[in-house]
Ligand binder design. Structure first.
Ligand SMILES: O=C[C@H](O)COP(=O)(O)O
Length: 237
């Protein structure tokens, strides 16, 4: 299982890299769960990250506006991101989500066939009226995305496991694998939740809070020791 860590600036990105993160995921929590950061922040982080490491950028908790989101995807690409995550927040159902994702996939693959596209839904989608998490594997597959992911939309202390138990999560991961895609899971994931996710075959686990001093994604800062601890735990499962 790969460890994706979500820094907000250069300093945090360097800490994530030093701690052994596999993927540096540039994010702006001020703008939401999958809030987008600025092009120059993505570019600076791409420049300081070793060439053989993936730099991810989140496009935001996006509205159902395929043109707008496609243009945002282009912005992430030209800023150097090679792993592009879309938070399917404003898409209410499968049809809207797949329409939006198809356009993002076309934008990305037409410009860089190697770049990876992630369709991310929310385990607590019912709290915000977003497309059901159970539609996400099919949305990812039917749109040509590379990964299907779940995060949580509302960061109020509840974790991924408050909405989906381990059997549900296994079902989600298995379905993604049946489609030949990779899976990613996040949502205030704690240290002690890494092993169950690893055991069900999750390919990528995403964290911010757990990699921050004090465990708080908003007030804390990513620290290399916290990242190293998470990475060591994963390596020793
Ligand atoms: O992509 C993963 C997110 O950054 C998860 O953040 P969180 O662990 O604070 O919920």
């Amino acid at each position: 299982m790969l460890l994706l860590v979500s820094p907000i600036n250069n300093e945090e990105a360097l800490e994530a890299i030093k701690g052994g993160a596999d993927i540096v995921d540039v994010k702006n929590p001020k703008e939401g769960s999958l809030g987008a950061n600025f092009p120059w922040v993505i570019k600076e982080i791409r420049d300081l990250t070793p060439k053989d490491m993936l730099v991810s950028a989140t496009l935001g908790d996006v509205p159902y506006k395929p043109g707008t989101v496609s243009l945002a995807a282009m912005g992430a690409l030209v800023s150097g991101a090679d792993y592009i995550k879309v938070g399917l927040y404003g898409t209410n159902d499968y049809d809207e989500a797949v329409d939006l994702m198809k356009n993002v996939v076309k934008t990305v693959k037409d410009n860089n066939s190697e770049a990876i596209v992630v369709a991310s839904g929310y385990a607590d989608a019912h709290r915000v009226g977003a497309v059901s998490p159970w539609d996400i594997p099919k949305v990812a597959y039917d749109s040509g995305a590379d990964l299907a992911m779940l995060d949580t939309a509302v960061k109020d202390g509840k974790t991924l496991f408050d909405y989906l138990d381990i059997n549900d999560l296994k079902k989600f991961v298995d379905e993604i694998h049946e489609y030949g895609l990779k899976s990613a899971l996040a949502g205030s994931v704690k240290k002690n939740q890494l092993k169950p996710l690893n055991d069900i075959g999750c390919d990528v686990v995403g964290v911010r809070g757990a990699a921050c001093v004090g465990g708080d994604r908003n007030t804390g800062r990513i620290n290399s020791s916290a990242v190293y601890e998470l990475k060591s735990l994963i390596e020793n499962f």
